[in-house]
Design a protein around this ligand. Structure first.
Ligand SMILES: NC(=O)c1ccc[n+]([C@@H]2O[C@H](COP(=O)([O-])OP(=O)(O)OC[C@H]3O[C@@H](n4cnc5c(N)ncnc54)[C@H](OP(=O)(O)O)[C@@H]3O)[C@@H](O)[C@H]2O)c1
Length: 262
């Protein structure tokens, strides 16, 4: 296989949850640029359909779906629609996520539950629904978006969300366990753990986001002396989505400019 063929996604179909905004949009467009048709889904159909228009402008097919990852019925129906539209799903990017900040002592149980429901249960429900289909086809690439702050404790001055860190740690363990259970069926399960990216929930223009609060300080602590941006994400994504990663499963790839190495 040539180098180009290793990374080529022509003829493949991908689902990106939360693909209508932030990092999900960046990944949906990157998969389309690499040749894939892309299903973009989240609760807000209009943002997904806007990204589908961008995918079509790249010469690929897209499908926007309204889907709530916390609702099993919604997940099963959405995945069925995607399969009946495209015939097959080879790539699943579980990117939908949510964060609420509150001191651990006072975090409302509703916020804790919402983070676990979206970030962990949502990822599992999507893996379950699409994984069955991939196992039947004896091929699939699942990429779960965790976070570099899911590895260890975080100072409350940086991110004060024990529910978020806990949920992202769980996404890493879910990734490894499914990789071990499904590797024999040709289904690969890996995770990207982004550090601080200047998009989506860390958009510097939105008051209250981590980057709005402390972007320059965080950048000064990162070994490569900057925050993450769109191009920093897509190389790892295309590796995990393509034949290039056919001997890699159960891996958590950290994209944090070296911060975790300190
Ligand atoms: N930005 C960063 O620096 C950073 C760092 C590490 C990890 N991450 C992770 O990267 C992922 C994307 O985050 P982002 O920064 O791009 O933020 P974002 O723009 O807020 O993206 C979150 C996405 O999740 C979707 N979503 C939330 N709840 C959902 C639900 N119940 N069902 C379906 N979709 C749902 C949202 O769409 P709807 O509202 O339309 O449902 C939205 O598109 C998240 O998993 C986040 O934890 C981000």
């Amino acid at each position: 296989m040539s180098l180009n063929q290793l990374f080529d996604l022509n003829g493949k179909t991908a689902i990106v949850t939360g693909g209508g905004s932030g990092l999900g949009r960046v990944m949906a467009l990157a998969l389309a640029e690499a040749g894939a048709n892309v299903v973009v889904c989240s609760r807000r159909l209009e943002v997904c359909e806007a990204v589908v228009k961008e995918i079509e402008a790249l010469g690929r097919q897209g499908l926007g779906l309204s889907l709530d990852v916390t609702d099993r019925e919604s997940v099963v129906q959405g995945v069925e629609k995607a399969i009946s539209h495209f015939g097959k799903i080879e790539i699943l990017v579980n990117n939908s996520g949510t964060v609420f900040e509150s001191p651990a002592t006072d975090m409302p149980i509703e916020q804790w539950q919402a983070m676990l429901d979206t970030n962990v249960t949502g990822t599992f429900l999507m893996c379950q629904a699409v994984g069955k289909h991939m196992i039947n086809n004896e091929y699939g690439k699942i990429i779960n978006i965790s976070s570099s702050i899911g590895f260890k404790g975080v100072d409350p001055e940086a991110v004060d969300s024990v529910g978020y860190t806990t949920s992202k740690g769980a996404v890493m363990t879910l990734t490894k366990d499914l990789a071990v259970k499904w590797g024999r069926h040709g289904v690969y399960v890996n995770s990207i753990a982004p550090g601080v990216f200047t998009t989506g929930m860390n958009n510097p223009e939105i008051p209250g986001t981590l980057v709005h609060k402390a972007g320059p300080f965080i950048a000064s602590q990162v070994p490569v002396r900057r925050l993450g941006s769109d191009n920093d994400l897509v190389g790892a994504l295309l590796y995990f989505a393509s034949a290039a990663s056919d001997y890699c499963t159960g891996h958590i790839l950290t994209l944090d400019g070296g911060l975790g190495a300190k």
